[in-house]
Design a protein around this ligand. Structure first.
Ligand SMILES: [Fe+2]
Ligand SMILES: [Fe+2]
Length: 249
């Protein structure tokens, strides 16, 4: 990326595409601000993880969006046990789905992973006791390791991390306290702190908070569609980030 060149990202998550979403999503995508260079989708792309829903979404994106799209899947995309099919349908439509991989697009590095729940701070579930508890925590650790290996591959000046679950508690606040542990886990924050990042985007916490920071002050944006709609009722429901004009350049 040339020093004077700016790349504009628009991010949203939790589209929850249904079998009858045809038309409705095109309307949403038509609101993507002009001059956006890359669209980021932070999981829960489909509502119940059905291939039919993925096909509708792929069609809607194809009609309405002609810029690169980078995405991660969310827990809803796993609900029917057909996540591989969902991923294949969306990949065939040209969407870059990241699941522990890294990609460079327009000079910006992207690392993405779905993530997993598990809690924050004192509420972080530990791998202790029953096998099922250990397996649960192991899955969260695996997702954090996948994120780490994706981040390690990037050599770009600007690096963006994409997740579905939240790596920090700050962007979950607003949800009932009882569900914090299901919104994500601080285990996902550990790899993020080890790499120079420009920003982190996630979804999943529909009633959380818009912004927070990981320990090394990198901004974290919750871009869940219901949250963006609730907080900015008069604006297009996308979080915009222009890269290339900041101090890092
Ligand atoms: Fe969601
Ligand atoms: Fe979700």
């Amino acid at each position: 990326m040339a020093k004077s060149e700016k790349v504009r990202l628009a991010a949203v998550g939790d589209l929850h595409c249904l079998k009858d979403s045809q038309g409705a999503l095109q309307k949403l995508f038509a609101e993507i601000p002009p001059k956006t260079d890359i669209l980021l989708l932070c999981g829960d792309l489909t509502d119940t993880g059905l291939p039919e829903e993925a096909r509708i979404l792929a069609k809607e994106l194809k009609v309405a969006v002609n810029i690169p799209i980078v995405a991660v899947l969310g827990n809803h995309d796993y609900h029917s046990g057909k996540q591989q099919e969902v991923e294949a349908i969306l990949s065939e439509a040209g969407i870059t789905i990241l699941n522990g991989e890294a990609r460079e697009i327009k000079g910006i590095g992207f690392a993405g992973v779905k993530g997993f729940p598990g809690g924050y701070g004192r509420g972080t579930l530990a791998p202790w006791g029953e096998d099922l508890i250990k397996q649960f925590v192991h899955e969260a650790i695996e997702e954090a390791l996948k994120l780490e290996s994706a981040l390690a591959k990037l050599r770009t000046t600007h690096r963006i991390a994409l997740l579905h679950y939240s790596p920090i508690q700050a962007t979950v606040e607003g949800e009932p306290l009882e569900v914090y542990a299901f919104m994500g886990t601080r285990r996902l924050e550990e790899p993020l702190n080890r790499y120079p990042l420009t920003a982190v985007f996630h979804g999943h916490a529909h009633h959380g908070s818009l912004e927070g920071q990981i320990a090394n002050n990198v901004p974290v944006y919750n871009v869940s569609l219901p949250l963006l709609r609730a907080k900015f009722p008069d604006q297009a429901p996308f979080r915009l980030l222009e890269i290339g004009s900041g101090a890092k350049e």
